[in-house]
Design a protein around this ligand. Structure first.
Ligand SMILES: [Ca+2]
Ligand SMILES: [Ca+2]
Length: 224
């Protein structure tokens, strides 16, 4: 009798512990990945080409939340916190880099424990992105990962204010006149000519203003 009571107590404790492990996000088993789309290689190589509208290139961040039993954890809200240092290309004169949307954003893990965030922005030059993913379905919250990535980027939004308009044309025109310029060389072939103007024209014509936050200015050095 005593033995069976003891056994029941032990099983009960294991079940409670197992339930807690099943609903607890675990940093050790969770994973995070980042990927920039629309890079270009060549004389004016860039890791990313983007436009505030999100129709040119983006950064994708993928987070997979797993519990402490190493199984996918669905329905867990995960907060992504962003901060960035931006160093606009010197040829632009006064300019900045920006990220569209809020510095803190939320996604909820799906049946596979997966969250996905899309980041776009404007500005041309080098920037350093710090990103942190935190699971908020536990108390206290569980930080799943923190990473820092550096990119060389170019954009039709040359001054990095979230819109493509005449102000950017003032920065693009001297480059097409000179035939060279890192930021205006959208296809990264070392020249700024009519091919790049086609790209620029497509983005200035879509209009729109996309609010977000300006990156903190910092010295990271020009892009090649
Ligand atoms: Ca602009
Ligand atoms: Ca070109």
């Amino acid at each position: 009798m005593r033995k069976s009571l003891l056994l029941a107590a032990v099983v009960g404790c294991l079940v409670v512990a197992g339930t807690a492990q099943a609903t607890l996000p675990c940093a050790a088993y969770s994973s995070c990945a980042i990927a920039a789309s629309n890079p270009c290689t060549g004389a004016g190589a860039a890791n990313l080409r983007w436009c505030p509208k999100g129709d040119y290139g983006v950064i994708n961040i993928y987070v997979t939340v797993r519990n402490c039993l190493n199984n996918p954890l669905p329905n867990c809200p995960v907060r992504l916190d962003l901060s960035a240092i931006g160093d606009p290309q010197n040829e632009l004169g006064t300019a900045s880099l920006m990220i569209v949307g809020a510095a803190s954003r939320l996604d909820t893990s799906d049946a596979n424990g997966a969250c996905h965030y899309v980041i776009t922005g404007g500005g041309c030059g080098r920037f350093q992105l710090t990103w942190t993913a935190t699971a908020t379905c536990a108390t206290p919250e569980v930080q799943l990962c923190q990473n820092v990535n550096t990119y060389c980027v170019k954009s039709p939004d040359m001054n990095g204010n979230g819109t493509v308009n005449f102000q950017d044309t003032f920065k693009y025109a001297p480059q097409v006149n000179a035939g060279v310029g890192y930021c205006g060389d959208f296809n990264c072939n070392g020249f700024v000519n009519f091919q790049d103007t086609f790209t620029y024209a497509a983005h200035i014509s879509h209009g729109g203003s996309y609010p977000g936050f300006t990156m903190t200015a910092g010295a990271l050095g020009d892009c090649p």
